[in-house]
Design a binder for this molecule. Structure first.
Ligand SMILES: [Zn+2]
Length: 235
């Protein structure tokens, strides 16, 4: 009887699991001393500290308009480390004043730019940064301006790595980086996977969701600097 009860609890837990992103996901990592990692360090910074760090780095930005859901609104006004970030959407043009986001996401994008510039990337194309006015929790998701959806990466030689077309996923639930992650065959898929895993190594984003995560992410990489969590998930 006890084992039956246990199985019932297990079944229930499986049903409930999707409500919590990390519950039961074997790919979630709880790093020792997470506060040393960039994603947590950025959120530990007060607004003024964050803005000062952007200034020290020479990131091109302006202060953004006050938005109730964004802690420290800024706009990215030019290339980061030589890498152009541009809106790539069938109906939405690139915002003329630059995309609006939280200061912490801009710090993380600056880290990302350094890594991808080194690997021959010229442009990072996204279809969404800040969106929505409803926040589940402060500092979470697109409404807080701490997440970006990357749809395409363009290399300096003009080659385009498109997530929908080139990711070549191994199915939802597959591992993306690290030991046991399956390797794609085609060069573009391999290049895309290597970029994702180099970004993962930075520790600047605590959430990196790819087509391996679920159907909704089949065409983009969701990169997020989420406030108040001490775990990391790249999938
Ligand atoms: Zn997203």
């Amino acid at each position: 009887m006890r084992s039956l009860a246990f199985l019932a609890v297990l079944a229930l837990a499986t049903l409930i699991a999707p409500a919590s992103l990390h519950a039961g996901n074997p790919m979630v990592v709880f790093p020792p001393r997470p506060e040393r990692l960039r994603a947590l360090r950025y959120h530990a910074e007060a607004s003024e500290q964050c803005l000062a760090e952007l200034g020290v780095r020479g990131a091109p930005f302006t202060r953004g308009p006050k938005v109730p859901t964004i802690d420290t609104p800024v706009r990215l006004t030019g290339p980061l480390r030589g890498v152009v970030f541009e809106m790539h959407h069938p109906t939405v043009a690139h915002p003329k004043d630059g995309p609006l986001m939280d200061c912490r996401l801009l710090l993380a994008l600056d880290d990302l730019a350094l890594v991808v510039a080194d690997r021959g990337v010229a442009r990072v194309r996204f279809n969404s940064v800040h969106r929505g006015r409803w926040v589940q929790r402060r500092g979470w998701r697109h409404a807080a301006g701490v997440a970006i959806d990357v749809v395409e990466i363009v290399r300096k030689d003009g080659e385009v790595l498109n997530v929908l077309r080139d990711f070549e996923g191994h199915g939802i639930g597959s591992r993306t980086c690290g030991e046991g992650a399956p390797e794609p065959q085609k060069p573009k898929a391999l290049a895309l996977r290597e970029l994702v895993c180099a970004i993962d190594e930075l520790g600047s984003f605590n959430l990196i969701l790819t087509p391996h995560y679920d159907r909704r992410h089949k065409d983009h990489l969701h990169l997020e600097v989420r406030r108040g969590i001490d775990w990391f998930l790249t999938q």
